[in-house]
Ligand binder design. Structure first.
Ligand SMILES: *[C@@H]1O[C@H](CO)[C@@H](O)[C@H](O)[C@H]1NC(C)=O
Ligand SMILES: *[C@@H]1O[C@H](CO)[C@@H](O)[C@H](O)[C@H]1NC(C)=O
Ligand SMILES: *[C@@H]1O[C@H](CO)[C@@H](O)[C@H](O)[C@H]1NC(C)=O
Ligand SMILES: *[C@@H]1O[C@H](CO)[C@@H](O)[C@H](O)[C@H]1NC(C)=O
Ligand SMILES: *[C@@H]1O[C@H](CO)[C@@H](O)[C@H](O)[C@H]1NC(C)=O
Ligand SMILES: *[C@@H]1O[C@H](CO)[C@@H](O)[C@H](O)[C@H]1NC(C)=O
Ligand SMILES: *[C@@H]1O[C@H](CO)[C@@H](O)[C@H](O)[C@H]1NC(C)=O
Ligand SMILES: *[C@@H]1O[C@H](CO)[C@@H](O)[C@H](O)[C@H]1NC(C)=O
Ligand SMILES: *[C@@H]1O[C@H](CO)[C@@H](O)[C@H](O)[C@H]1NC(C)=O
Length: 461
């Protein structure tokens, strides 16, 4: 019986992995970027790289000029070494923003000069303060084929003043992000370093075909709610070869907030994350939700190194969210110095306003967490499902966590059903119930129209 179940688990894991590969094909095949036939330097637009001169107009004018090359193969805006102070500017389609080694774009710290834009429709209001939000430092709105890259140049949000305003509750609008793409397709961010974001570092929202690779992101451990990469209501996203250390989450997948996210109805799906080194001092290295009202599905994470964080892998949701988080496979994970290695909670997150529907229950189903090893872990797993909507089909396989002396509870479970195999320390019995597992996995396999048990096991090894 148990062997048969294990074969099913392996079969399913290959099944979703195959889908994940298809979804994140960019992760597999290196995208070969066509060089842009035209290139101009920001110097040609009067920019001064002294760290004091405000270069907003230079960026805006350069990009306005480069718009005219959109139908001629696109163009590159070259940023040479220097410190380039600017406020928010907008990118255009078929553009490459290239930051040379030693080029540092820094964000202006004077919030009075930042434009305020409407809230995102899937959130209904600013995240931190009701109403509008400050426009992000670098923006893409309804673009095609846009690249931000370089030879390890830096984009520095100079977040300190924003963090202080956040802490002292003196923000008039929600904090800006460092880079945001809205409703854009074929987006690449690579070969750069991002520092001191006011809030999120890279926020693709309502986007398709996003490839983020070979970047470093750093924000101080105490910077409030700074997040590395936030794929939000976006699909076909690949994140690979990235090193991220932030105050809150390192990578957070989201899809809208309560009634606004449900109405907007755009999921985050087909996401492939691999070869990442993540630290999230006061959040989680890999977070799902809590804003997930549009749904999150078909996510494959592999080869992840998670360190020095409050949470390792965390699924967050709450009543009123609606939506789902399902078909998520996380494998080949190394964790070190983490408080709670794996958690899923139905009691996390606030509401945008009092118009949310408390009967909109989130669904959490079909997760596979496998091939993990952890050292200096305080709590191995904490699962708190909703009574009316328990978390189901959680599969844990080949996980070894060494818990530290501070540990009093290693697993804490309520309203969760799943199956485990070769997990140490031994999980709660709710996660070890084969009868809950077999029928639903069988139905999922048949749903996918395949009976591939033997085939996929030989594929795996
Ligand atoms: C930048 O794009 C936003 C839309 O995202 C728009 O509201 C704003 O006016 C644009 N700013 C400039 C300077 O073009
Ligand atoms: C990563 O980016 C750096 C510059 O930031 C570059 O030197 C290096 O070759 C890149 N590595 C890969 C694998 O693209
Ligand atoms: C890029 O620069 C940052 C510091 O700005 C450094 O920490 C990182 O190692 C560099 N990455 C590469 C690939 O050179
Ligand atoms: C918020 O608005 C008030 C009144 O306009 C202003 O005095 C204050 O400096 C603003 N705060 C920030 C952080 O911009
Ligand atoms: C990143 O750097 C590597 C090595 O220099 C290069 O092969 C690759 O094309 C670069 N990526 C982009 C998007 O420029
Ligand atoms: C264990 O991890 C905690 C953080 O969770 C850290 O404070 C402590 O120093 C680590 N201990 C060792 C021996 O690395
Ligand atoms: C169990 O997971 C570890 C990584 O944590 C991996 O090295 C090992 O090969 C896995 N064992 C099996 C039987 O897949
Ligand atoms: C287990 O979780 C519940 C709610 O999720 C919490 O109230 C309780 O304190 C936890 N128990 C332990 C021993 O950590
Ligand atoms: C789990 O299994 C038990 C006993 O086999 C059954 O009563 C319960 O309904 C199952 N729960 C789910 C969510 O499948």
């Amino acid at each position: 019986m148990l062997v048969a179940l294990l074969l099913l688990v392996l079969a399913l894991s290959n099944e979703v992995r195959v889908n994940g590969e298809r979804g994140g094909r960019q992760c597999g095949a290196n995208p070969s970027l066509k060089p842009r036939p035209h290139s101009v330097s920001i110097l040609e637009f009067g920019a001064v790289g002294d760290g004091k001169t405000l270069n907003t107009l230079a960026f805006q004018n350069a990009i306005f000029y480069l718009k005219s090359f959109a139908d001629k193969g696109g163009a590159q805006l070259y940023v040479p070494p220097g410190t380039w102070l600017t406020q928010s500017f907008n990118l255009t389609s078929h553009l490459t923003l290239f930051l040379e080694k030693g080029a540092v774009i820094i964000g202006s710290q004077d919030s009075h000069h930042w434009d305020v834009v409407d809230p995102l429709p899937s959130y209904g209001r600013g995240l931190e303060v009701p109403g509008g939000r400050y426009q992000s430092l670098i923006n893409g709105y309804k673009l095609q084929d846009v690249v931000i890259t370089g030879n390890n140049g830096t984009i520095d949000g100079m977040g300190l003043t924003w963090w202080e305003s956040f802490r002292s509750h003196s923000l008039n609008y929600s904090r800006p992000h460092l880079v945001e793409f809205v409703a854009s397709n074929d987006v690449v961010v690579s070969n750069l370093t991002f520092l001191n974001a006011p809030a999120y570092n890279i926020h693709p929202v309502y986007c398709s075909n996003v490839h983020i690779h070979n970047i470093s992101i750093f924000a101080p451990p105490e910077s409030p709610y700074t997040v590395g990469i936030v794929p939000d209501s976006s699909d076909n996203v690949c994140i690979e070869d990235c090193t991220i250390a932030t105050g809150y989450d390192a990578i957070a997948l989201k899809s809208g907030w309560d009634e606004y996210g449900i109405a907007y109805g755009r999921p985050t799906e087909n996401v492939h994350i691999r070869r990442v080194h993540l630290q999230a001092s006061y959040g989680s290295t890999l977070a799902f939700g809590s804003d997930m009202s549009g749904g999150i599905s078909n996510v494959v994470v592999e080869d992840a190194h998670l360190y020095n964080s409050k949470g390792g892998i965390e699924f967050r949701t709450t009543r009123g969210r609606g939506g789902y988080m399902k078909e998520i496979i996380i494998s080949d994970v190394e964790m070190k110095n983490i408080d709670t290695a794996i958690s899923a909670t139905g009691y996390c997150g606030s509401h945008p306003d009092d118009k949310f529907d408390p009967n909109a229950l989130p669904l959490l189903d079909h997760f596979i967490l496998q091939d993990m090893i952890g050292t200096n872990i305080t709590i191995a797993g904490s699962f708190a499902g909703l009574q009316e909507s328990p978390f189901t089909n959680i599969c844990l396989s080949n996980i070894t966590l060494s818990v530290n002396y501070a540990s009093s509870t290693t697993w804490n479970c309520s309203n969760v059903f799943g199956f485990s195999d070769s997990v140490f320390p031994k999980p709660c019995s709710d996660l070890d119930n084969p009868s809950n597992y077999s029928s639903s996995y069988l139905s999922m396999l048949s749903m996918k129209g395949k009976t591939m048990v033997s085939g996929s096991v030989s594929m795996k090894k």
